[in-house]
Design a protein around this ligand. Structure first.
Ligand code: PMP
Length: 419
């Protein structure tokens, strides 16, 4: 079927121009390659070049691309039904099954979900929920945060240049430095509906706060009668070596947002909270709605991906392989300490920091057959987030290419270093 796309070189080439002309672009410049297929940790271009995927489509393909169980579940569900009514009229068994699975790995009490189709949509719903439940208008968010690009989500996402052109946004949002409890304490007041935080910042550069930060935020929000929203869109589903990144600390939030890996590669997101907090969405009825959220095919894919995670112990694998990956990257850093200036991460949510331009280093890795990515809010950071099924041999291959690239000095600003 799609093989027909692979036959003619001229057809492959023409897709570049047609893609740029017909799909609204938000990034200038030449497109890198035309996608042919993806499987496990490998992405293959339409020309047939294979790449080791150390991005997982930005933390989506946690069980690997086109996992056979996920593909089978999608086919099976698509043959039975895909979209039917979702405004609460019919019972959709696949929604029950996926929510029961997710909430089996969240804290007791956080056992109800509203299903969405994306991370930004989960943020939007969570903000509405917090405002409605508390009756308060204000949000506290953090510098370098990222919660999505729709208007509400943008309002609580940090980078000024991306917010300013779209103002006025939500009126009462205060940003404080990530990790700074004193600043958070000063910002949280009786007008605060919620604090929204990524327990480990993703687009901010895979930044891990000190151990007192998340518990401190829990205490401050509880004391102020505000809610604590944790954004697990990027850090959830085993990425950090726990099911959810806030579980590295002994903290129970009020609302958890999810998306990305949740749907096993299909668009599925969730807002998870308590029955008490969600009760606010039925008064008045239809306080929140989406047509496609919890699409049954996406739910079926999510169920299959979750079951793969459990059966193959991928949360544990993430923790173990993450240690190995950081140790191996550390060997390169030891030889080039002025070029790789930091290595961070939990589980397979990793990054290295170069003294230079992370984008250029990422591009050079790609030239050599390895896909990594930069992050949105930290210029020197290169994100390394492979599928959780990655093997030690594949990690070794990545590290060998990383060493080659760091040796070249491409993308590094330091003219003369110790190497
Ligand atoms: N929250 C976080 C922490 C994210 O990393 C992202 C996406 N990078 C989003 C929200 C937005 O998700 P989406 O792109 O699916 O809207």
């Amino acid at each position: 079927m799609s093989d027909s796309l692979l036959v003619e070189d001229a057809t492959i080439d023409s897709y570049r121009d047609r893609f740029v002309a017909r799909l609204s672009q938000t990034v200038p410049g030449r497109k890198e390659f035309v996608v042919g297929s993806a499987s496990g940790c490998t992405l293959t271009s339409a020309e047939g070049r294979e790449y080791l995927d150390m991005t997982s489509g930005i933390a989506v393909a946690n069980v690997g691309h086109t996992h056979p169980d996920v593909v089978a579940a999608i086919i099976d569900q698509a043959q039975r039904y895909s979209h039917v009514n979702v405004y609460g009229r019919f019972v959709i068994p696949e929604q029950v099954e996926v929510v029961e699975r997710i909430t089996s790995v969240t804290a007791p009490g956080l056992d109800v979900a509203y299903l969405t189709s994306s991370g930004a949509e989960s943020t939007e719903g969570a903000l509405k929920l917090a405002r409605k439940f508390t009756g308060r208008p204000k949000f506290v968010a953090f510098e370098r945060s990222y919660h999505g690009r729709t208007l509400g989500a943008l309002s609580v996402s940090w980078r000024e240049e991306w917010r300013a052109p779209f103002e006025p946004l939500l009126a009462e949002v205060e940003f404080v430095p990530f990790g700074d409890l004193a600043a958070a304490a000063a910002a949280i007041d009786e007008r605060t509906a919620a604090v929204i935080v990524e327990p480990i910042q993703g687009e901010g550069g895979i930044r891990i706060p000190t151990d007192d930060f998340l518990p401190g935020l829990r205490q401050l929000t509880t004391d102020a009668g505000a809610l604590l929203i944790v954004d697990e869109v990027q850090g959830g589903m085993g990425r950090s070596g726990r099911w959810f990144s806030h579980q590295h600390w002994d903290v129970v939030p009020d609302i958890i947002t999810m998306a990305k890996a949740l749907g096993g590669g299909l668009p599925l997101g969730a807002i998870v909270s308590t029955a008490e907090i969600f009760a606010t969405f039925v008064d008045p009825p239809l306080s929140h709605l989406t047509t496609m959220g919890g699409n049954p095919v996406a739910c079926a894919a999510g169920i299959a991906a979750f079951d793969v995670m459990v059966r193959d112990s991928l949360v544990e694998a993430s923790a173990q392989q993450g240690e190995y990956l950081r140790a191996r990257m550390g060997e390169v850093q030891r030889d080039y300490p002025e070029r790789i200036i930091d290595i961070r991460g939990r589980g397979l949510w990793c990054a290295f920091e170069v003294a230079g331009d992370g984008n250029l280093v990422a591009r050079e890795l790609q030239e050599r057959g390895v896909l990594v990515g930069s992050v949105l809010n930290s210029a020197g950071t290169v994100r390394v987030t492979p599928p959780l099924i990655i093997t030690k041999e594949q990690i070794d291959r990545f590290v060998a290419v990383l060493r080659e690239v760091i040796e070249t000095g491409i993308g590094i600003d330091v003219a003369e270093d110790a190497s």
